[in-house]
Design a protein around this ligand. Structure first.
Ligand code: ADP
Ligand code: MG
Length: 496
């Protein structure tokens, strides 16, 4: 088997982890898990799928591009995916232990047979509702074979546990709050709301609570969903006239974990449904945990009554951990992979990554894979070279000023044109200042050149940059906001 299969597997694992975190696990199962690696040369990766239909769907959904990009990020070189059609059973897939547990267990296969009126695709769409029905214990003695053997919850990411969450001074409050909830679910600290930027451990802590509770009592009905899945389930159940089933499933949870509730902003009918679910669970002392990417005060377009419920228990935030904790996290991740890197490389990564833990992990994965494939020792110099793209993701020519304007403006419901116009409304001025500041950071355009882009003279540009620098001194949330925007700009760039 080609050495490239290692890279392929690594790329698929990392994609799977993203899909799972976004609650799109079933999409992964339906499409990506059916693609088999065949071979690779310098520029082309040949893969196999079972039918033309599969191939067309995968291409239509841009999944081939997603895989290409992920592999590109891992190896720092671009590839094109070429499809062949053949029987995929003879080809080795990518093994994802957690995934197999969750998808091809007899339980779920049985479910497909038991509900002949559902096509496979429909079963996949009702992802959350379906497994939950099976998951709900029907008698005190019933524990499904797989859960009694493994004590793994079918939806919760099993690698996210308390024992592998590195605790430092800065995240210990959030950690302890989560642990307290896991040990004493019920009235106190209900709900627990965890907020923080992307890739800082929200989902990890939430799953840790679920995994802990499940290991203590596999009969507990723990529901773990992303807010997007909750929303889709809600909409589907309205369309399928199965809203009562939806209500009864969610309202009979012992523990409800909903990830990324910022997804619900502006979606008032699903917010209403969640409000009633909340009331039902809260009144029967069932614990709820929510995560979101911003503090409640910044959750615009959230119904007041739901906002007050979210804030009723305990709210904790996760920040980027300090340097020492980042070092400990890098060591922990290496240990999990059974790999090592020299101390100066570990320090280099921990020092230079100041965006998220997820980015720390990408650095480690990239270096470890490179070492495996090239059979070279990773030195500091080599690490600097290999991590160039991750550490300086945006350089001149790499990101256009138009992307920066577009992404920043749209985050605040504006357009790039609004930023260029002579509109001096407070909000527009503020957003323009952020865009100018980021453009200065992320491109090498001079203040005069930026002036031309933003339709302003260069002194206004200088003033805007200074303004944001001053705001940064007094507004601790702003840095996080700018990091989030930088990530969105990078993500946007990688999609085009
Ligand atoms: P979020 O949900 O905030 O976007 P995740 O919980 O998915 O972030 O975390 C991103 C990655 O970082 C995961 O692989 C997670 O295991 C890891 N991670 C985050 N914080 C820690 C920590 N304190 N110790 C160990 N790993 C962590
Ligand atoms: Mg998350």
């Amino acid at each position: 088997m080609s050495e490239f299969k290692v890279i392929w597997d690594e790329a698929l694992k990392s994609l799977y982890s993203d899909y799972a975190q976004e609650g799109r696990e079933q999409e992964y199962i339906l499409w990506i898990s059916k693609i088999r690696f065949v071979s690779a040369d310098d520029a082309v990766i040949t893969v196999a799928v079972a039918s033309n239909f599969m191939r067309d769907q995968i291409i239509r959904k841009n999944i081939d591009k997603e895989i290409q990009n992920r592999i590109g990020e891992l190896v720092g070189q671009s590839y094109t995916i070429q499809f062949t059609i053949r029987d995929i059973n003879s080809l080795e897939g990518t093994s994802l232990p957690g995934l197999e547990q969750r998808t091809v267990t007899p339980q779920i296969q049985t479910a497909v047979h038991q509900t002949p009126s559902f096509s496979a695709a429909q079963t996949v769409q009702s992802s959350v509702l379906q497994p939950l029905v099976q998951n709900a214990p029907t008698s005190n003695t019933e524990i499904t074979a797989s859960s009694s053997q493994t004590h793994k919850h079918p939806q919760i990411l099993e690698n996210y546990r308390f024992d592998n969450f590195v605790v430092g001074e800065d995240n210990s409050f959030a950690y302890n709050a989560a642990l307290t909830v896991a040990k004493n679910p019920g009235r106190e600290n209900n709900p627990l709301l965890i907020y923080g930027g992307v890739g800082l451990g929200k989902t990890h802590l939430m799953c840790a609570i679920g995994n802990y509770l499940y290991s203590q009592n596999p009969k507990l009905k723990i529901i773990f969903v992303n807010a997007e899945v909750f929303t889709n389930d809600f909409i589907n159940s309205l369309q399928n006239k199965s809203i009562n089933k939806f209500k009864s499933i969610y309202r009979s949870a012992d523990v409800l974990l909903i990830d990324d509730i910022h997804f619900l902003l502006g979606k008032f009918s699903v917010q209403e449904e969640l409000f009633y679910t909340f009331e039902a669970l809260f009144n029967s002392q069932k614990h709820m945990v929510f995560t979101c990417d911003r503090p409640l005060s910044e959750m615009k377009e959230l119904e007041d009554r739901l906002r007050s419920r979210f804030g009723r228990g305990l709210t904790v935030d996760l920040q980027l951990p300090e340097f020492e904790t980042r070092i400990a996290i890098v060591r922990q991740k290496l240990e999990e992979k059974n790999k090592s890197l020299p101390n100066d490389v570990i320090e280099y990564i921990a020092k230079n990554i100041n965006t998220s833990i997820r980015d720390l992990e990408s650095c480690i994965t990239k270096l470890v894979m490179y070492a495996d494939i090239s059979k070279k020792e990773i030195t500091l110099q080599l690490a600097q070279e290999k991590l160039k793209d991750i550490l300086n993701p945006i350089t001149v020519g790499n990101v256009g000023i138009d992307i920066i304007m577009k992404v920043v403006a749209s985050e605040y419901g504006l357009t790039a044109a609004d930023l260029k116009k002579k509109n001096n409304k407070k909000q527009v001025v503020y957003v323009r200042q952020l865009a100018i500041y980021l453009a200065r950071q992320l491109t090498e355009l001079s203040t005069t050149e930026l002036g031309i882009e933003f339709n302003r003279d260069h002194s206004t540009i200088g003033h805007s940059i200074e303004k944001v620098e001053n705001m940064l001194k007094s507004d601790s949330q702003l840095e996080e906001k700018l990091q989030l925007l930088t990530r969105s700009i990078r993500d946007y760039k990688s999609q085009i």
